[in-house]
Design a protein around this ligand. Structure first.
Ligand code: ATP
Ligand code: MG
Ligand code: MG
Length: 348
């Protein structure tokens, strides 16, 4: 059988490997750590740095196709690999820098919050003058779970905000007064077929995704615009696989927040809650197989993240027979660490 190489060995890699195994594929993980959540469900774990070209070449020779579950990988070494790689590294390059990503989305007709590049302290004053306050300063690269961000109430917060993100190159974004946050998960097959799952309502706590529910009551025009932009993004990037887009729902329509060129936490509900999960369709797409239906498997679905010590109460969680418990095998719970999730389907 064929082997799928996955770069990154966290919970997304774990769930991709499980989906791949179901379809009869072997998986090999490439990651800088010595082990991780994907280790016990894949055939092989190769320890290597993301920029170690020799190690990456050797890994590529041992697999039939490569994908990734982590977006902060240097793009140049990936582009040098002589093995099918999906999604295209261009998608990574676009999404791993907030400035590049917003410029790209704007160029194809999407609407991010008002934003400006802040590469130095002087840029920040100009950006606050241009965008106004309140605003959010975000590092251009490496941010996740709300890390690398600082909020500015007014111009007087500039020094503190700039210091708190460690003077990294950043973007300043206008604060969006949204009704709710939602995401669109889209998959594009090797033949260009695209399917989207139902829009997902997302609730964040302390910048970390806490709860995802489906369906969401959204204006029809908002859903149409959000899906149209998603389709345009994957077409433009000649994308193969699953891509997630986070939106703010506002009275003026969807505002683009950010995208992830990979399977996404707000799509974990699809494992039980959709006919085909995001993980299975990602594997199908990168292996050139037909895509499975993205239809809902129940009228209403809910996914809760188990963060930090929330994962400890298994008895309580499983006392609800409708609960599907997923644990990532991470060992030690730390505050803010995603340890697992629970999905429930509702039929009433
Ligand atoms: P993720 O883990 O989703 O990758 P991240 O660290 O990239 O998170 P963002 O998605 O940019 O962070 O922001 C985290 C949360 O902060 C958003 O989901 C939203 O609740 C809030 N937020 C971010 N940007 C804005 C904005 N411009 N206006 C209002 N709220 C915002
Ligand atoms: Mg992000
Ligand atoms: Mg986000």
């Amino acid at each position: 059988g064929s082997t799928i190489g996955i770069i990154g060995g966290g919970q997304l890699g774990r769930m991709l490997a499980i989906a791949a195994a179901q379809l009869g594929y072997r998986t090999a993980i490439y990651a800088p750590e010595t082990s991780g959540p994907a280790a016990d469900v894949s055939s092989r774990w190769v320890r290597g740095d993301y920029d170690d070209l020799d190690a990456l070449h050797a890994f590529a020779q041992s697999v039939d196709v490569i994908t990734y579950e982590f977006e902060n990988i240097p793009v140049a070494p990936l582009e040098a690999l002589r093995v099918p790689l999906a999604p295209h590294p261009r998608a990574l390059a676009t999404a791993q820098d907030r400035a590049t990503e917003k410029a790209f989305v704007q160029a194809i007709g999407g609407r991010p919050a008002p934003w400006a590049v802040v590469n130095g302290r002087e840029d920040l004053d100009a950006a606050v003058a241009q965008i106004g306050a309140p605003a959010i300063l975000k590092t251009r690269r490496f941010g996740y779970d709300g890390k690398g961000q600082a909020r500015l109430k007014d111009a007087a917060d500039a020094d503190e905000a700039w210091a708190s993100i460690a003077w990294e190159p950043a973007v300043l974004e206008g604060f969006v007064r949204f009704e709710r946050e939602f995401s669109i998960l889209i998959v594009r097959g090797a033949d260009g077929t695209t399917l989207t799952w139902d829009p997902v309502l997302n609730v964040h706590e302390d910048g970390i995704l806490a709860l995802s529910t489906v369906p969401v009551a959204l204006p029809e025009a908002t859903v149409a615009a959000a899906k149209a932009l998603a389709a345009k993004i994957v077409a433009e990037l000649d994308y193969v696989g699953v891509l997630a887009i986070e939106y703010f729902d506002t009275a003026e329509g969807p505002v683009f927040n950010e995208m992830a060129p990979r399977v996404h936490n707000s799509g974990h509900w699809t494992i039980e809650g959709a006919v085909t999960s995001q993980f299975e369709n990602h594997i199908r797409a990168i292996c050139g197989l037909p895509l499975g239906s993205t239809a809902l498997a129940a009228p209403r679905v809910e996914m809760r993240n188990l963060i930090g010590s929330q994962a400890g109460d298994w008895d309580l969680i499983l006392s609800d027979p409708a609960a599907h418990l997923h644990l990532y095998g991470k060992g030690q719970a730390r505050p803010g660490r995603k340890m697992g999730h629970v999905t429930k389907l509702f039929f009433d």
